[in-house]
Design a protein around this ligand. Structure first.
Ligand code: SAM
Length: 239
């Protein structure tokens, strides 16, 4: 069943009006009709089955029943991702959402070829959030990952977790693996470098802050692949 997020807390039998974008998707893209059923996820991260009452510009649905399910990863994972080229960045946002990231932090790394000019930031973040929300709906998640403003190296101390890791390419063949770093029910922050990798001063500063280096295996992965590997490895270990 198609899923949609609604910005309210739902109750059984409640009649809910969906927004224009959701109504268009239901009526014109999915060609659904009255009495077809969908899934709504509310602000309390609870999933409900709902029945379409009326399609059109503002589709209305009736909440039928609560769904006992939780599709979220056990660990709260923050992915600090160095800004990379646009198409790979969009791919990363989609896959990090599907793979369960709880928070995404764009990182202004020294070797990031993409600069985050502040004047266009609002427009960029709106587009980035649309990619994230669509991926969260498609993967039936119970929550939409938080997307912060781009951060500098020093600001990363504000997004640390129980476990704080730098995926450092120079540790690729020999460094610690995720299984050596994770314990169950811990939140994790993992930092991924840009296409050109980390500057050594960035790694040193992160270690000073309390991060430790982790290897993503023997091969050198593209940045967007590295983020996927990290999330999948953590998910496999904590599930
Ligand atoms: N230019 C770097 C080089 O040739 O060594 C590679 C950078 S890689 C394309 C981008 C980021 O992915 C790295 O900064 C790191 O965060 C991560 N990464 C890729 N492969 C990795 C590995 N085997 N172990 C740890 N991190 C890795």
């Amino acid at each position: 069943m198609q899923q949609y997020f609604v910005k309210t807390v739902l109750e059984i039998n409640q009649i809910v009006a969906l927004d224009e974008q959701q109504s268009f998707h239901i009526g014109k893209v999915m060609r659904m009709k009255a009495s077809d059923t969908i899934v709504l996820v509310d602000d309390a991260k609870q999933a409900y089955e709902a029945e379409i009452v009326e399609t059109g510009l503002k589709c209305t649905v009736k909440v039928l029943s609560h769904l006992e399910r939780n599709n979220e990863m056990k660990a709260q994972v923050t992915v600090v991702m160095a800004l990379i080229k646009k198409d790979k960045w969009d791919f990363f946002l989609m896959k990090a959402t599907e793979l369960g990231a709880a928070r995404i932090v764009p990182f202004k790394a020294k070797r990031s070829v993409v600069k985050s000019d502040d004047e266009k930031l609002d427009k960029k973040k709106q587009r980035w959030m649309r990619i994230i929300e669509e991926a969260a709906e498609q993967s039936r998640r119970q929550c939409v990952p938080e997307l912060t403003d781009p951060m500098t190296l020093k600001q990363l101390k504000n997004v640390m977790s129980d476990v704080n890791l730098i995926a450092y390419e120079k540790e690729s063949g020999s460094g610690k693996l995720f299984r050596d770093c994770l314990k169950s029910n811990q939140s994790v922050t993992v930092v991924i470098g840009p296409e050109g990798g980390f500057e050594s001063f960035e790694v040193e500063e992160l270690i000073q802050m309390g991060f430790e280096c982790v290897s993503l295996g023997k091969r050198i992965l593209r940045a967007e692949t590295a983020a996927c590997y990290a999330l999948a490895a953590i998910d496999a270990l904590v599930e």
